[in-house]
Design a protein around this ligand. Structure first.
Ligand SMILES: Nc1ncnc2c1ncn2[C@@H]1O[C@H](COP(=O)(O)OP(=O)(O)OP(=O)(O)O)[C@@H](O)[C@H]1O
Ligand SMILES: O=C(O)c1ccc[n+]([C@@H]2O[C@H](COP(=O)([O-])O)[C@@H](O)[C@H]2O)c1
Length: 200
């Protein structure tokens, strides 16, 4: 395996949490720990993105975001990675294609907060993503209703399962809201109070 790429054995089920992590915060840690437990995932990999293709704002340098993420999220089954920088991919659909080719026999589950489902239909090849991996949508304060009414939720409503815990064993297309105790931490809020980056 390439340097910096985690090792995974055939048969493993690995959750992928992509994000800007600008900066990583307790909300990320909370959903990661809860998803590991509730969804019986073998590992979760954080994919710290070089840059969200839909965000105009330039994030803090990747090295700084990785260092903060690694300092905050300490768990033997959670790997903090810069896989997308290594692969040269920017969109999630491309990243998933590459990971499936690199890790035959490994099942990936895409994880994201409910806020991301609201605008998921603007992502590159979003239908392909939903057809190729199980997707767990993690509860986030303020986004539940909009997520349930979103274009993607309506388009794939027949593929929704009520049981997020079972996603790891299901064949896509399948997705679920994974109801967790919610945590209201947000990177935007941390940046606004000067807790990160050039201003903080
Ligand atoms: N408090 C939270 N509860 C549930 N999901 C979250 C929470 N914070 C972040 N996430 C999810 O984690 C992933 C990465 O989030 P991201 O790095 O964009 O953090 P953020 O706080 O949403 O940042 P920003 O405020 O800059 O958009 C996304 O799927 C996001 O929906
Ligand atoms: O593939 C896309 O078109 C796409 C559009 C928007 C966001 N994403 C991914 O969604 C993840 C969450 O991004 P963010 O900035 O909300 O943390 C991250 O992995 C992004 O690369 C992907």
């Amino acid at each position: 395996m390439r340097q910096g790429f985690p090792v995974a054995r055939r048969g493993m089920v690995i959750g992928l949490l992509g994000g800007s992590f600008d900066p990583a915060h307790e909300g990320h840690v909370h959903i990661t720990r809860e998803a590991l437990k509730r969804m019986a995932l073998d590992q979760i990999w954080w994919l710290v993105t070089p840059g969200n293709p839909l965000k105009a704002r330039q994030p803090a340098p990747l090295a700084d975001r990785l260092a903060r993420a690694r300092a905050l999220m300490r768990h033997p089954r959670v790997k903090i990675t810069a896989l997308e920088a290594g692969l040269g991919t920017r969109t999630t659909a491309d990243t998933l294609d590459r990971l499936r080719a690199l890790y035959p026999g490994v099942t990936f589950v895409w994880l994201m907060g409910a806020d991301n489902l609201v605008q998921f239909h603007r992502w590159d090849r979003w239908r392909d993503i939903l057809r190729s991996v199980p997707v767990g949508v993690l509860a986030r304060p303020g986004s539940g209703v909009a997520a349930r009414l979103s274009v993607a939720a309506r388009a794939f409503r027949v593929h929704r399962t009520q049981r997020g815990e079972t996603l790891r064993g299901r064949k896509p297309p399948v997705w679920a809201f994974v109801n967790l105790p919610m945590n209201d931490a947000s990177s935007t809020e941390i940046r606004a109070r000067g807790g990160w980056g050039r201003g903080g």
